[in-house]
Design a protein around this ligand. Structure first.
Ligand code: PRP
Ligand code: URA
Length: 209
């Protein structure tokens, strides 16, 4: 089964509480979701491989560490995943960015794919798939299935809020994918929304409702 990490650092919990508040503006929502993504990246990249390098400090020559190999590919699931990209890029500026466009059919709740553009050298990279919400898990499962066809070195999934239903479905469909979330909420409601959640993440980021 997938390794599941709840990144419940106090700074993340504080920001998440403001994010959930229905009175938080789109402007503040965008800032907060970026900051949460940045803080979560610290945990999600903890096991990145390192290599020894020689550095001339002003005092002496030292053997220190740098990241080994090609940097990550970040893949946001459109639209709402876009809100997390800059936060991750703040930590890993040379990461490449792919995009997968999916929306949930409001009646069936099944994902409908409308766009996929991934870095050409994705097979040489570790991939971090980002989306604020893991609800039924359908969108994340579909996106990761698409990405796996291009044989990346490894895939991790990072979201702000997960529902138990989505965590179970994703970890069953892709047991090799580690999952990072800032909060595990109670359940889904009859419309497939996470309870208590934060509402529709895409609409809140882009102010479309
Ligand atoms: C939201 C969210 C996830 C998906 C999660 O996207 O950003 O992609 O729902 O639900 P699931 O786990 O049940 O698949 P939505 O379909 O609302 O599209 P949007 O980001 O374009 O608003
Ligand atoms: N997508 C969202 O944006 N919010 C939810 O609660 C569930 C799916």
């Amino acid at each position: 089964m997938s390794k599941i990490t709840i990144t419940d650092h106090p700074l993340i919990q504080h920001k998440l509480s403001i994010l959930r508040d229905k009175n938080t503006s789109s402007k503040d929502f965008r800032i907060l979701i970026g900051e949460i993504a940045m803080l979560m990246t610290y945990e999600a990249t903890r096991d990145l491989p390192l290599k020894d390098v020689q550095v001339e400090t002003p005092i002496t020559t030292a053997t220190t560490k740098k990241l080994a190999g090609k940097k990550l590919a970040i893949v946001p699931i459109l639209r709402a995943g876009l809100g997390m990209v800059d936060g991750v890029l703040n930590m890993i500026p040379s990461a490449r960015v792919g995009h997968i466009g999916l929306y949930r059919d409001p009646d069936t709740l099944s994902p409908v794919e409308y766009y996929c553009k991934l870095p050409a050298d994705i097979s040489e990279r570790e991939v971090l798939v980002v989306d604020p919400m893991l609800a039924t898990g359908g969108s994340a499962i579909d996106a990761i299935t698409q990405i796996k066809k291009r044989k990346p070195k490894n895939i991790k999934f990072m979201c702000t809020i997960a529902a138990p239903e989505g965590l179970e479905a994703l970890s069953k469909a892709h047991p090799d994918v580690d999952i990072y979330c800032a909060a595990l909420d109670e359940k889904l409601n009859e419309h497939g929304y996470i309870v208590p959640g934060l509402g529709d993440a895409g609409d809140r980021i882009f102010g479309t409702k």
